[in-house]
Design a binder for this molecule. Structure first.
Ligand SMILES: [Mg+2]
Ligand SMILES: [Zn+2]
Length: 187
C-alpha cells in the first residue's frame, strides 16, 4: 500500500508555534526546509492536507477572517518552492465545546476523506501535539511525531500512554521516510 495523502498539523510542524497562539499574519515563520519538503511530496504525487485546532477563535483571540489569512500565509510560504497543499481544515472550538472536530477527535479527517475520496489506509499524519497522536491513533494511521514545537512533551505522553509514533526531526525528515516507505511498497 502506497501513501497517497499526508495530513499535516500546522503549528509546530509547518510554522513555529507560540504558547499563546498564532494570532497575526506577521507571527507566521516557517521552519527551514518546509517548502522543500512540500515540493518533494508534491513531486511524488502525494496530496497534502492541513488539519489544525484553532481554539483561539472560540476564545475570541482572533476572528475567522484573520485565522484564514494566517492559513493562507502559511500555505503560500510552504508552496514557495513549487509544491502544492490541496486544502486546510480547522476546528474553531475550544475543549469545553465538545465538538466533533477538535483533535484528538477525527471529524475533520473524516470530512477530508469524504470530500477527496481518500482511503484512510493510504494516509499518514505528521504532528507535534498529543491531540495529533490521539487522532492518528483513533484513525489507525501512522503518526510521525516531530521533534519541534510540543513534540518532546508529546513523546513523553505517548510513551506513558502506549501510543505509537515514528519519531522524526522535522517535516523534511518525515517526508524522507514517507518517500522511502513508498519506494519499498512499489507494487
Ligand atoms: Mg501543533
Ligand atoms: Zn471543533
Amino acid at each position: 500500500m502506497k501513501i497517497t495523502t499526508v495530513f499535516l498539523d500546522r503549528d509546530g510542524v509547518l510554522n513555529v508555534d507560540k504558547p499563546d497562539y498564532i494570532l497575526r499574519v506577521e507571527d507566521v515563520h516557517l521552519y527551514k526546509d518546509v517548502a522543500t519538503a512540500i515540493k518533494q511530496l508534491s513531486d511524488a504525487g502525494i496530496r497534502i492536507i492541513v488539519i489544525s485546532n484553532q481554539a483561539g477563535i472560540a476564545k475570541r483571540l482572533l476572528n475567522v477572517e484573520t485565522a484564514e489569512a494566517i492559513f493562507e500565509k502559511v500555505i503560500h510560504d510552504a508552496e514557495s518552492d513549487g509544491g502544492h497543499i490541496s486544502d486546510y481544515y480547522y476546528c474553531p472550538h475550544k475543549d469545553e465545546d465538545a465538538c466533533v472536530c477538535r483533535k484528538p477527535r477525527t471529524g475533520l479527517f473524516e470530512q477530508a476523506v469524504r470530500e477527496y475520496g481518500l482511503l484512510l489506509e493510504e494516509t499518514v499524519f505528521v504532528g507535534d501535539g498529543y491531540g495529533d497522536a490521539g487522532a492518528a491513533h483513533r484513525l489507525g494511521i501512522p503518526f510521525y511525531l516531530v521533534d519541534q514545537g510540543r513534540g518532546f512533551e508529546t513523546r513523553k505522553k505517548c510513551d506513558a500512554g502506549g501510543q505509537l509514533y515514528i519519531w522524526v526531526d522535522n517535516l523534511q525528515d518525515a517526508v524522507q521516510q514517507i518517500l522511502k516507505t513508498n519506494k519499498g511498497n512499489n507494487k
